[in-house]
Design a binder for this molecule. Structure first.
Ligand SMILES: Cc1cc2nc3c(=O)[nH]c(=O)nc-3n(C[C@H](O)[C@H](O)[C@H](O)COP(=O)(O)O)c2cc1C
Length: 239
């Protein structure tokens, strides 16, 4: 495929076929992503790859934490505060605080994008249960056969996050080129402890986010194309 076509075709994929991703294909994608630029070639990232039984176990833990924390958030205030202090279901993310409501225009874009997605999924805005169930799917990586987790060394400050983002985009474009689909998932950065059970993560490395990877199926949700900024919103005018 032409690069222009790959860029235009890539969209976040949230429904996958059962087809496995071979180690050969996965390694090819990762080797391509390793061609990414990084600050002074520091490459301050590492990834953990979960497949099969490991992916299932992590998904089980994450979903359990999601539903229990969701129930805690619905409790009246004093009880909620107590549970928040004592429950192992509360977020243990490496990068805190987790953004609740986004600031300014970003929340508007987030809501518009979310509403567009719910429309395709047939979920009504007021149907909190269906929205929660959709959110929960994040934690089983939308049933993708591979879940990737991205870590950076924060001693490299903001450059580590820039470098990890570029790495992720190279990976997502390479995957699109080979007929695979991806969804970057900030949701997979909310709980770190389920990953420590399965991977020997070097202590300096902090979890940024995850990514679902697999072969897209023909579910309509994969056709969703949220609106992007116009050039006039993007480019800062001169004085
Ligand atoms: C860093 C990052 C985190 C994201 N986290 C999630 C997530 O947790 N769940 C999800 O469904 N999509 C997630 N997305 C996908 C975005 O919602 C998506 O990229 C955006 O709506 C634009 O759609 P597109 O990727 O199809 O162009 C994330 C994307 C990025 C780059």
């Amino acid at each position: 495929m032409l690069l222009t076509d790959i860029i235009n075709q890539r969209r976040s994929i949230r429904s996958f076929s059962e087809k496995e991703v071979s180690d050969e294909v996965l390694n090819e994608l990762l080797n391509l992503a390793l061609e990414s630029p990084s600050s002074s070639n520091s490459q301050p990232y590492k990834i953990a790859i979960a497949k099969g039984a490991t992916a299932k176990a992590i998904a089980g833990d994450l979903q359990d934490k999601f539903w229990r924390s969701n129930a805690i958030n619905k409790q009246p205030l004093p009880k909620k505060l107590f549970s928040a202090l004592t429950s192992d279901a509360m977020p243990d993310s490496d990068f805190k605080p987790i953004l609740g409501k986004y600031p300014g225009e970003f929340q508007k874009r987030r809501v518009e994008t979310g509403m567009g997605l719910y429309k395709v999924l047939g979920i009504k805005r007021e149907d909190k249960k269906a929205r929660d169930e959709h959110m929960a799917k994040n934690f089983s990586f939308f049933d993708a056969p591979v879940a990737l987790f991205f870590f950076v060394d924060p001693r490299m400050k903001h450059t580590a996050l820039v470098d990890a983002g570029i790495f992720m985009q190279t990976l997502m474009l390479a995957a699109t080129d080979k007929g695979l689909g991806t969804c970057a998932q900030g949701a997979l950065g909310i709980w770190r402890s389920p990953l420590d059970k399965h991977f020997a993560i070097p202590k300096e490395y902090k979890l940024v986010c995850g990514m679902a990877l697999g072969y897209p199926d023909d579910n309509e949700v994969n056709q969703y194309r949220p609106e992007k900024l116009s050039l006039s919103d993007l480019v800062i005018p001169g004085k």
